[in-house]
Design a protein around this ligand. Structure first.
Ligand code: C5P
Length: 293
């Protein structure tokens, strides 16, 4: 029986501006995202009995139809119109509720893996249509590694120049519900809009000096634990760029080398509560994505 494996990378947002609230309750955004080497791993094999069965290394993760992996698999099977089955195993490393896109990336990875495993050869546009129905970040992971995203986040324009940039990524020990943060009245949309156009040309040339996230302030106000952890990490990181990823709770520090990222990661680990998780990683360049398939 054929088994295939693929990495489902996490992401960070280098830039995130919230433009307006839409009639459907979502918000229009402009954001620049890049995949990370930090990733989950998905393994799929065919089942003859037409069932979809998900297993996960994280016992806290639901494996029923509420999991985005199952939603993606079910939607692709419905599109194919055949009683296709698969065993799907998810090795979870990316924290959930962290603004690192873990669940969205798992869903995108599932679509690509099953399209291959089941020999469907569905065009990317079909996968994008499913992705847009299931969430806002899934479309990005069908493209990667670096992209400008608009609309709810589902309109993706890949950007050239993706570099491997060393980072320390911190999950401060509590999840943030994206919906809760967006509903918070504290997102001030009357402020002057931050111009993201510079990202089309400067990515890869010291991004640490260009960071922006409109959701950072409201996240820090709503979640004092995130604010405390970030204040502590900013003291350690000194002048290095440090920014919330997506709606949080994770944030990252941009480092000049892998060595410095490793050293900073150790210092940060020693200063944060034990529940927090610290990842020394890098952004993915184009070759990393090609290797992943
Ligand atoms: O699309 P996703 O499931 O990741 O979004 C979770 C929630 O975050 C949405 O239900 C919505 O409340 C909020 N959201 C938003 N605008 C976006 C993306 C997400 O308001 N562009």
């Amino acid at each position: 029986m054929r088994t295939i494996t693929r990495e489902a990378p996490a992401k960070i947002n280098w830039f995130l501006e919230v433009l307006r609230k839409r009639p459907d309750g979502y918000h229009d955004l402009e954001t620049v995202m890049q995949e990370l080497e930090l990733s989950d791993t998905l393994t799929c094999s065919q089942r003859a009995d037409g069932q979809l069965v998900l297993t996960c290394t994280d016992p806290g993760m639901p494996t029923d139809g509420s999991n985005l992996v199952m939603k993606a698999a079910t939607a692709l099977r419905t599109l194919a119109g055949q009683p296709l089955g698969a065993d799907i195993h998810l090795e979870k490393r990316v924290p959930s509720g962290g603004g690192l896109g873990g669940g969205s990336s798992d869903a995108a990875c599932t679509l690509m893996l099953l399209n291959d495993l089941w020999g469907l050869n569905r065009p990317k546009s079909d996968l994008h249509a499913i992705a847009a129905q299931l969430g806002s970040d899934i479309n990005f992971f069908l493209e990667g590694p670096l992209a400008w995203c608009e609309g709810r986040g589902e309109i993706v324009t890949p950007l050239p120049g993706a570099c491997a940039i060393p980072l320390v990524v911190v999950w401060p020990g509590i999840p943030v519900l994206t919906a809760k943060l967006f509903q918070s009245a504290r997102i001030n949309l009357t402020k002057k809009r931050e111009n993201g156009n510079k990202w089309h040309t400067v990515v890869g040339e010291n991004p640490g000096t260009w960071l922006f996230n409109r959701l950072e302030q409201p996240c820090l106000e709503l979640f004092p634990q995130v604010a405390q952890a970030m204040a502590c990490v900013r003291r350690i990181a000194q002048a290095r760029g440090c920014m919330l990823s997506g709606s949080g709770s994770s944030f990252y520090v941009v480092c000049e080398s892998d060595k410095i990222a490793g050293e900073l990661g150790e210092v940060i680990k020693g200063q944060l509560p034990t529940l927090a998780r610290v990842f020394v990683t890098r952004t993915r360049d184009a070759s990393a994505r090609a290797r992943a398939g």
